[in-house]
Design a protein around this ligand. Structure first.
Ligand code: GTP
Ligand code: MG
Length: 236
């Protein structure tokens, strides 16, 4: 817990990260009360490893959600992890070492001072991120701004810090990668000025990427547009 008594859960979706998951869990800062790791359709030793580690690590909650949509279950893993988390604040981030789990204490303190209940962490500008990924993220930011009026710098950040009490208002439904744009758009629509981005610095990935950038980018582009149209129809 933080020095003021605030409790914090970490939620990490995880597929085939056995090569470094033990190291990552060991490095989780002591202010986290709970580490919820959700394996999704892992075919390596990830599930076995997190179960074994939980025998000696009281903070660790190993979970498994093997549902997928066309092979992807990133959103399902997040939804299961968020539903299981019990602390006052929840921090979600990838199980690949790229996001700074140690920054969350400062982020939560900043959020409290500024009346924010949902913070989406922003990796940009960062020249070390491949140009095609930066371009894709920018295109999606423009699309989100035009269709929803939400001004984002990092439409695909995979690190969010939020009060557990706002989780029901996010109404998460997307089981695949589209949970990433969904959580930001929903948070902003539900919470307004309580939503904010916050700058972070991305680190080098441990293990192999699971990402097919073009396929995922196209899926985001169409989901963001369809979601806007669907909701407009529903409210007519
Ligand atoms: N639950 C679940 N988790 C996944 C899936 N694919 C990847 N993951 C995990 O979700 C996180 C994001 O996947 P990454 O491969 O890091 O994808 P990315 O962050 O877009 O790309 P890079 O970090 O650049 O490799 C990681 O912790 C993965 O282990 C999946 O289909 N289901
Ligand atoms: Mg990643």
């Amino acid at each position: 817990m933080l020095s003021d008594g605030t409790t914090v859960s970490l939620v990490m979706p995880c597929r085939n990260e056995a090569s470094h998951i033990a190291q990552l869990i060991e490095q989780v800062p002591s202010f986290y009360d709970e580490i919820v790791v959700v394996s999704n359709a892992s075919t390596d030793n990830t599930w076995q490893t997190i179960q074994d580690l939980s025998a000696d690590n009281k903070r660790l909650v190993p979970l498994k959600d093997d549902r997928t949509i066309r092979g992807i279950g990133y959103g399902y893993a997040h939804m299961t992890g968020i539903a299981a988390a019990t602390s006052e604040w929840i921090v979600c981030l990838d199980a690949d070492g790229t996001y700074p789990s140690d920054d969350s204490a400062a982020i939560i303190n900043w959020a409290k001072e500024h009346d924010k209940s949902f913070v989406s962490c922003n990796r940009y500008p960062d020249p070390s991120i491949p140009a095609k990924l930066q371009f894709g993220v920018k295109v999606l930011c423009v699309e989100i701004r035009l269709l929803y009026g939400l001004k984002l710098s990092d439409s695909l950040s995979g690190m969010w810090v939020f009060k557990r009490s706002v989780a029901p208002s996010l109404q998460l439904t997307e089981g695949d990668w589209n949970l990433s744009p969904q959580i930001k758009i929903s948070a902003w629509e539900a919470l307004g000025d309580e939503f904010s981005e916050y700058p972070i610095r991305q680190k080098i990935r441990l293990g192999e990427t699971k990402q097919q950038y073009f396929r995922t980018g196209w899926s985001h582009l169409t989901w963001i547009a369809k979601n806007r149209f669907r909701r407009r129809k529903a409210s007519e």
